[in-house]
Design a binder for this molecule. Structure first.
Ligand SMILES: [Zn+2]
Length: 290
């Protein structure tokens, strides 16, 4: 199954609440996923809105993920880590209330520490978080994101190490970050295949993938670009997904948000048409190509 959606409330959606955003994404865009952004400070959602989102997403087969506040450091000192716990757990509780599958987090910074020490600290602190999630019986996973800057913890290999060590933590595969960090490393089919190959030991049944164009220099992300303005192709990714029948959710983090989510959808449908030889395709129907 391929799910597609925007990272946040669509720009063209008049109402600016998350409830408005999810309804618009389903009804107006006919997309089937969304990643709600709890990123500007700590987002407060009323129980009423949470319940509406939960019911709406269940009734309309919308898959919901959540992005926790950006500034989190699970490799910092005492107070910083405490504050990070607080942000992640508050996000996790809200995510659980709205029936989200995943809370995406940015893991942290190397700072003065070696890569190895940072990895150890992040594993230790991730275990604390999943411990609390288990204790509170929250039905969500922590999605730990691949990061696009050299001084930030989160190469694909590092993220995989954390996921191997901590149950309840899955990778949030930000392709633009991998691409930027590798100074434009995702060009051809084999480059994307390598990612799935590396992920194999995790035996994932579902892949949460972030997609956007990106401007980068010397292995560091500058900012996001529309997919077509970036130099990372998405056609090889879609081919691999269809060839392997991967169960994926593609979240558009492009500055054109829903516009590029729909662009991804059209590329998927183009790939389906190429396979069936028909002049029509619907991204939710893969029955003829798998
Ligand atoms: Zn992120």
């Amino acid at each position: 199954m391929i799910r597609i959606g925007p990272a946040g409330i669509p720009l063209s959606c008049k109402g600016r609440t998350n409830k408005d955003g999810i309804i618009y994404t389903h009804r107006n865009l006919d997309l089937n996923a969304i990643e709600i952004q709890f990123v500007r400070g700590l987002y407060v959602m009323s129980d009423e809105e949470a319940q509406i989102i939960r019911e709406y997403s269940e009734e309309n087969d919308m898959e919901v993920h959540v992005h926790a506040p950006y500034y989190v450091n699970l490799a910092g000192d005492g107070e910083e880590v405490e504050m990070s716990f607080e942000k992640i757990l508050r996000s996790a509780r809200m995510a659980n209330n709205i029936g989200a599958k995943t809370v995406v987090i940015h893991p942290g910074f190397y700072g003065e520490n070696s890569e190895k020490k940072t990895l150890k600290m992040i594993i230790k602190n991730s275990k604390k978080i999943t411990g609390t999630i288990k204790k509170e019986k929250l039905k969500i996973k922590i999605g730990i994101e691949t990061m696009g800057k050299q001084k930030v913890f989160g190469t694909l290999d590092e993220i995989i190490e954390v996921c191997k060590s901590v149950k309840g933590v899955i990778p949030a595969i930000d392709l633009a970050h991998i691409h930027a960090r590798g100074n434009g490393c995702l060009k051809e089919r084999k480059d994307f295949e390598e990612i799935f190959e590396k992920l194999k030991p995790l035996r994932l049944k579902h892949y949460l993938i972030h997609v956007t164009g990106v401007l980068y220099e010397n292995g560091n992300e500058f900012y996001h670009l529309p997919i077509k303005k970036g130099d990372m192709p998405i056609a090889p990714l879609i081919e691999i997904i269809l060839d392997n029948n991967y169960n994926v959710t593609l979240i558009s983090e492009s500055p054109l948000l829903e516009h590029d989510a729909v662009y991804i959808r059209l590329q998927v449908e183009k790939a389906i048409m190429k396979r069936t030889g028909k002049e029509e395709a619907y991204y939710k129907d893969l029955s003829e190509v798998i």
